[in-house]
Design a protein around this ligand. Structure first.
Ligand code: 13P
Length: 255
């Protein structure tokens, strides 16, 4: 039980606006046709959102932001609200990326407030969680995932709400082109996540679970073959148009 595949390109802070526009034009030109239910989402940095929106208006590609603030408006210098993103026509937003969680910028409590703010503004949140290398080596992976998922979803109990969120497992040690987690290990986290969600909602429901961390052209096909993994969040390989298209193709072939 899950939605169709979702593949997200997280462009992080890799590109200037002209570079982001050029990348988008390459992607639009080379992207294979994909079925309605499949989602391919581009997540540029804030300053490029308007330009990229223009580039993809007549295409099936969707737009996501990399973060949002938890209040809708007010005296919050430097922040970008979910309300502002929704007004811009953004549909997706990343929440709780490890690069934002590190240094304590984002606690589970903050992630929770951001998830609530995204849903309040009718944005689809992509809720990221994952353990660090040290936590993994100490055998704490399940404990960390359980804590992050429970903390992020605090106060959300209904399947209606929980099914609106995309669950993205990104082991921190696999992010940045180091080494992808293996599929079996990701499937174990997929099962744990499913258990936590169904326990919370007290029923089974359709949800989307995707994987992030060094997804590239060499491993996308094996990830895509898993029935427990419904898509990917791609960092570095998503700013290489040929690589990103080939990753989308891998998920398309296995759909
Ligand atoms: P890489 O694909 O570069 O490992 O980045 C993953 C990521 O952080 C996506 O959000």
């Amino acid at each position: 039980m899950h939605r169709e595949r979702t593949i997200i390109g997280n462009w992080k802070a890799f590109l200037t606006i002209p570079q982001a526009e050029a990348l988008t034009r390459h992607l639009v030109a080379g992207m294979p046709a994909f079925p309605d239910g499949m989602q391919v989402v581009l997540a540029p940095s804030f300053e490029a959102l308007t330009e990229i929106k223009e580039e993809i208006t007549t295409t099936p590609l969707k737009l996501g932001a990399q973060d949002l603030f938890w209040e809708d408006q007010g005296s919050f210098t430097g922040e970008v609200s979910g309300r502002a993103l929704a007004a811009l026509g953004i549909e997706y937003v990343l929440v709780g990326h490890s690069e934002r969680r590190q240094f304590g910028y984002e606690t589970d409590g903050i992630v929770n407030k951001k998830l609530v703010a995204a849903l309040r503004n009718n944005l689809t949140p992509v809720f990221l969680f994952g353990e660090t290398r040290i936590e993994r080596d100490e055998g704490k992976t399940e404990e960390v995932i359980t804590r992050q998922v429970a903390g992020g979803l605090s106060g959300m109990e209904s399947d209606e709400l929980l099914s609106k969120i995309i669950y993205a497992y990104e082991p921190v040690w696999a992010v940045g082109g180091k080494a992808a987690n293996d599929v079996a290990a990701t499937e174990a986290i997929a099962r744990l996540t499913r258990e936590l969600l169904f326990e919370k909602a007290k029923k089974e429901f359709a949800y989307t679970f995707i994987y992030g961390g060094s997804v590239d052209t060499t491993n996308a096909a094996s990830i895509a073959r898993s029935s427990l993994i419904h898509g990917a969040v791609v960092g570095r390989a998503s700013v290489d148009p040929a690589a990103f298209i080939s990753i989308v193709q891998a998920f398309l072939s296995s759909a």
